[in-house]
Design a protein around this ligand. Sequence first.
Ligand code: NBP
Length: 504
Amino acid sequence: MSNEYADIGLIGLAVMGQNLVLNMADHGYKVAVFNRTTEKTREFLRHCRDHEPSVDRVLGYEELEEFVAHIKRPRKIVLLVKAGTGTDAALNSLLPFLEPGDIVVDGGNAHWMDTRRREREFTDKGFEFIGSGVSGGETGARFGPSLMPGGSAKAWSSLEPIWRAIAAKVDPVTGQPLEGAEPGKPVEGGFSCTAHIGPDGAGHYVKMVHNGIEYIDMQLISEAYWLMKKLLGLKSEQIGEQFDAWNKGDLGSYLIQITGEILQQQDPESDSYLVDKILDAAGQKGTGLWTASSALELGVPANAIAEAVFARALSSLKEERVFASSCLSGPAIEVQTGIEEWGEAIRTALYCSKICAYAQGFQLMKEAQKVYGWQLDFGTIASIWRGGCIIRASFLNRITQAYQEVPALGNLMLAPYFRQILAEGQTAWRKVIALAVVNGLPVPAFSSALAYYDGYRSADLPANLIQAQRDYFGAHTYERTDQPRGRFFHLEWTAEQRVQRVEG
Ligand code: NBP
């Protein structure tokens, strides 16, 4: 075994780990690698030898102790293993070989509460711990992911040069991703899609919200697709072309781009489009659920994000839905004429709903920072989502600008650009939802986003009645509109309550 010392180590040679190693090696870093199953390490080294220009910078080890011993001090060791118990097991096996000052970076999809716990445990032992969101799937990991690290400023300053080098790059002004990287030839220059998010679990929290937004983005796109298919009677290919056209405008994004490609993909097994052959039951791995749960816990109205999680749950009830379709009645769908006009209305509804969904994600982070003691920079967060990650979109440049202009922006919908889009688009947005409802087509994400918009812009809501009900049956008190906030009142609503009070 060689006596070379690596700049950084990585544990976990599944799809993400392998690609991140190659990305780091392409940027000139020597990377020590280790995987629990040694055969995978051997396979990876064979692949590097045969296919990768940066092979000389990848150093493989079969013993954990030896792996650790061949990393420059203070060591930087990245974990890309299965989140949860896999991460704890890998961390426990690593602990005996660490020395004070070593930095462990968990790049998996950890729950931010686990990251807070791990950061405390490692700091208590004299080590540094960074929980870093990594977004972009295998291609992102290979050629530039969006990286969202949370941990101490000291640990970040050690990791920063490597993270900045390997992250996705975008044009600093337009926010457009700088593409064209290939093995051995990374993209240089541009704005690097990473920044220190905050301490302990902040990075993983922001990555979780990114994933929650990804859920709602995908649900909104699927509703737009469904309306064009069912209400406008368009074929997959025609809808795909529509998405291609939308990708050139304000909606331009990775998810819109791949949707255009997906819808025009022929099924290799038949003469249909592949999407028409794919079972309509969506899976999920849990980060959407975490986002919705956190919103519920913190009392943040992220209803569209939660709706996206429920929509996947409803879709997965395939057999029940098939049965119910034969016995629960609904209207016959009336295919519309005026395809161009309705197509534009659906695009508008999608854009307005998307603005509301992102507003919810940012509101959630705003509340979380108060509860968990972070100071998040929302303009920076939007800016590092412009490249590398799944929700990358030209729209994020608008969000970056909105927070740069007003860092303490109350709600994204209040920024002048977004306010104007919502004002101009609301009529079409409402028409699309109304038409879907009349035709019995479910559009939970479109409609919950609109309910959020209407609720947020309403000076009055019927919650006065809820407060009265709560006071009636539970003496929970209410505030009055003609008295200062914070003064609470209670009424004995019935003769029985008044008698009980006298007797009590
Ligand atoms: P997986 O999530 O499938 O994890 C497989 C890796 O974990 C293998 O290297 C495996 O080693 C290792 N591992 C397990 Br399982 N249990 C372990 C243990 N007890 N001790 C040590 N190693 C253990 O890999 P992935 O899809 O590459 O994802 C890696 C991380 O990145 C995950 O946390 C994931 O959530 C996150 N992530 C994934 C994506 C994506 O697109 N896939 C995107 C963003 C983030 P073995 O070979 O010995 O079984």
